[in-house]
Write a new protein. Structure first.
Length: 233
C-alpha cells in the first residue's frame, strides 16, 4: 500500500489567483467526456474514494482508498501530506486540494477503474467541480457524491432508498439528489468525466449498502482524519 510523503511543489502553470483558476476551469470543462455512459456498475471491479482533512495550521492530508467494488473491502490506500496556499473561494475548492489529491492517487499500487470524490462535478456554476478536474487530469472515469447542496435547485426525493430528483441550474439538469437509505437525507450526485449520470447513480447505491455516504468516501475520510491526528500527535 502506498503512503505519501510531504507535499510536492505545485505543477508548473498552476493557477496563482482566482482569475487564472476560473480560466483553467473553462479549459477543463471543455476537455471533460460527458458523452458516453461509461462503465456499467456491475462491471466495475475496483473503485477509489478520495478525501481531504485540514489542519488548523494550513496543512492537509489527502487520502485515496481503493475498494473491491463487490465486497467493499480495502485493496489499496495512499496518503499525501501537504499544504495549500490557494485561498478558499466558493467554486474553486479544487485548486486547494488537487495537488495533494493527485499525489495521493499516484501513490496507489492499484489503478482504480472509477474515482468517487466528496464534492461536485458538473453541478457547479462553471460546470467544473472537483470531479471534472480529477476525471480529466487522471483519465479515469470520475463523479462526485456531495453531502450538502450547493448552487442548484432540487425537490426532495421520495423517502425510500433509490429515490431521486434532478439537480438543476438555470433549468439545466446537472445531477441528482439521491436517497441512499430509507428516510435519511439525500446525497448529491454529479458526473465529472467518463461516466454518465445513470451509471454514477447506480454505482453510488452499490457503494452505499448500509450508510448515507458511499463506502469510498467513508473510508477515505477515516484514513485522512486518522493520519491528520497522527501528524499533530
Amino acid at each position: 500500500m502506498g503512503v505519501g510523503a510531504e507535499a510536492e511543489p505545485e505543477p508548473d502553470g498552476w493557477p496563482a489567483d482566482e482569475a487564472e483558476a476560473v480560466a483553467a476551469q473553462e479549459r477543463l470543462r471543455e476537455a471533460a467526456d460527458l458523452v458516453g455512459p461509461g462503465p456499467e456498475p456491475d462491471q466495475v471491479r475496483t473503485v477509489a474514494g478520495v478525501d481531504v482533512a485540514y489542519a488548523d495550521d494550513g496543512g492537509l492530508v489527502a487520502a485515496a482508498v481503493v475498494l473491491d467494488a463487490a465486497t467493499l473491502a480495502v485493496v489499496d490506500e495512499s496518503v499525501h501530506m501537504g499544504r495549500t496556499d490557494f485561498p478558499y473561494v466558493p467554486g474553486l475548492l479544487a485548486f486547494r486540494e488537487l495537488p495533494s489529491v493527485t499525489a495521493a492517487l499516484r501513490g496507489l499500487s492499484h489503478k482504480p477503474e472509477v474515482i468517487v470524490c466528496d464534492g461536485y462535478g458538473v453541478a457547479h456554476p462553471r460546470r467544473a467541480g472537483l470531479a471534472v478536474h480529477l476525471g480529466v487530469l487522471t483519465g479515469i472515469p470520475c463523479f462526485g457524491v456531495a453531502k450538502t447542496p450547493f448552487l442548484f435547485d432540487y425537490a426532495e426525493p421520495g423517502p425510500e432508498r433509490g429515490a431521486w430528483t434532478p439537480l438543476t441550474i438555470d433549468g439545466e439538469q446537472v445531477g441528482r439528489a439521491l436517497r441512499t437509505q430509507d428516510g435519511v437525507k439525500p446525497v448529491f450526485v454529479s458526473v465529472g468525466s467518463g461516466i454518465g449520470l445513470d451509471n454514477a447513480t447506480a454505482l453510488t447505491l452499490r457503494l452505499a449498502p448500509d450508510y448515507r455516504q458511499p463506502e469510498t468516501t467513508r473510508k477515505a475520510d477515516h484514513l485522512a482524519r486518522q493520519r491528520l491526528a497522527g501528524r499533530s500527535a
